[in-house]
Design a binder for this molecule. Sequence first.
Ligand SMILES: C[S@@+](CC[C@H](N)C(=O)[O-])C[C@H]1O[C@@H](n2cnc3c(N)ncnc32)[C@H](O)[C@@H]1O
Length: 250
Amino acid sequence: MQIHAVTIFPAMFQSLTDYGITARAVNSGLLGLNAVDLRNFGQGQHRQLDDRPFGGGPGMVMLAEPIINCVSELRQKLSNDVPVICMSPQGQRLAHRDVCEFAHEEQLILLCGRYEGIDQRALDIIGAQEWSIGDYVLSGGELAAMVLIDAIVRQLPGALGNEHSSENESFSNGLLDCVHYTRPQTVQNISVPQVLVSGDHQAIRHWRLKQSIGRTWLKRPDLLESLELDEEQRQALKEFQNEYDEQRKS
Ligand SMILES: C[S@@+](CC[C@H](N)C(=O)[O-])C[C@H]1O[C@@H](n2cnc3c(N)ncnc32)[C@H](O)[C@@H]1O
């Protein structure tokens, strides 16, 4: 997969190619990451990229033409059909299923806004889809684009290696992940649940399912509403609820 991030701060994307799973995906050729310096498309001697808003008011607005020119150059090289995603607090809120769909694309162009945002005509002409990473405002689209890239990479087959898997991660099957413990077995008198050291793989699998579904019920009941639980999941939820009630009574 190739991702082209259009930005005035291309160096910010270096951290993705330097650290962790995204770096491994880049080094192994699973992900091509191209941070495109919008400054190269700036206007005039000073390569201007922004101007004051029509109608007055605070802040600056990113000029339409550098962005239109940059995207059409990229599309000429790649294909006219490459989706363009504009990171925006006004966009559709990104969720796991959207990330999985983006992970099927061969190419994506991400637009990173700054200042008050991008001249609307650029987005209309390009046909950009607006996507948000949450209901809060960042100073620029770079961090939002990096969040999206990181989440996409985790869904690329082979990106997590054999020892990890995104299968049981939160949201992948509509539930939150189970709890995790590592060594030592006891920390400040709190021991890991006995079942995890029992060696009984069937019991461990069921316990993890119970924790996963129970924590979803406690923390994100909205997720359960849209799920049709199978027999074992219903049973696991009942067990978790009973244990939870017992604990609260004691
Ligand atoms: C300061 S923000 C502009 C906010 C805009 N004036 C508004 O109130 O809707 C600058 C840029 O940061 C990015 N950005 C800010 N918050 C974001 C979010 N929650 N999700 C995705 N991108 C965001 C967008 O690219 C945006 O153009």
